[in-house]
Design a protein around this ligand. Sequence first.
Ligand SMILES: Nc1ncnc2c1ncn2[C@@H]1O[C@H](COP(=O)(O)OP(=O)(O)O)[C@@H](O)[C@H]1O
Ligand SMILES: [Mg+2]
Length: 328
Amino acid sequence: MTVLTEEKDTARETALHIEGLSLSIGATPLLADVSLRVAHGETVGLVGESGSGKSLTSRTALGMLPRGATATGEVRAAGLDVLTADRAALRDLRRTRVSMIFQDPRSSINPVRRVGHYLTEGLRARGTPADEAIERVLELLDQVGIRDPQGALRRYPHEFSGGMLQRVMIAGALSTEPRMLLADEPTTALDVTTQAEVVTLLKRMQRIHGTGMLFVTHDLDLAAAICDRIYVMYAGRIVEEAASGRLFAAPSHPYTKALLEASPSVRGEKAVIKAIEGRPRALSEAPEGCAFGDRCPLADKNCATQVPVLRPHGTSLSACLRPEQVTP
Ligand SMILES: Nc1ncnc2c1ncn2[C@@H]1O[C@H](COP(=O)(O)OP(=O)(O)O)[C@@H](O)[C@H]1O
Ligand SMILES: [Mg+2]
């Protein structure tokens, strides 16, 4: 019976479904009421300045909570209820159905093991025979643009450049044909040319396998180029959700607008780059009411007394008391 139910769920399930996620360490809140969805085959952006909670959110999707953290709400990744799952179920999830690409490949690949071992372990864990796993991985290395795949298997991580190691990590993330891919600033450490190649590769892989992708970045321009839908995060909360085109044509949160103005290429070469005044806030040090209130040109006294909830504004969702005043 259980098997049947699981299969039925799989057919309908979104690749990632986070509902009302709040996370804290002791008395320090880090995320508040985060909800987001990624459908199969969909590319969803999660953007915001450094410290807004993007990595915490994406790691929580894999059940990787910071030490001592408690989480409430619901997180379902590839059908698994992550917050209540035991270690074995989480390990199985990470090895077989949900992959993550981390910002810095060097800190997430074991430096003393050969790349071939790293790349085949997911497949081996699924019971794929060694020779088949190697064959599959060689194919992937070729697809991600590693010139000598056979040689690469015998090498150690330090023998690769940053860009090449990132490609190795992407090959590893894709080796199990995951239903969901969490890409946390996967190209931030790379030069612009490599960045473009890696993005093209991710999109191609995603199309082939119908993988849902959460693309985490502080780079709005990049998000605009590749995402169907975007969530904007500030101080541990989602403050806007919109289709990519809509977000850029008509932002409905002052923070999104400020991010757009601070991002030169979205606005064309002649745009004056305006830095956002003040510094980003952590949820625990955010002002009363709207966390963006102390940096917001539209804020008035009402903004200091109530935390705005996400509400529809046109086709977007905005957590602002007066989204109609946010002009493009
Ligand atoms: N392990 C941790 N312990 C305590 N605070 C943390 C931990 N990880 C992240 N934080 C805090 O949570 C906030 C969000 O961090 P993070 O998700 O890494 O932001 P982003 O990825 O958007 O740059 C930051 O204020 C950060 O200092
Ligand atoms: Mg981060």
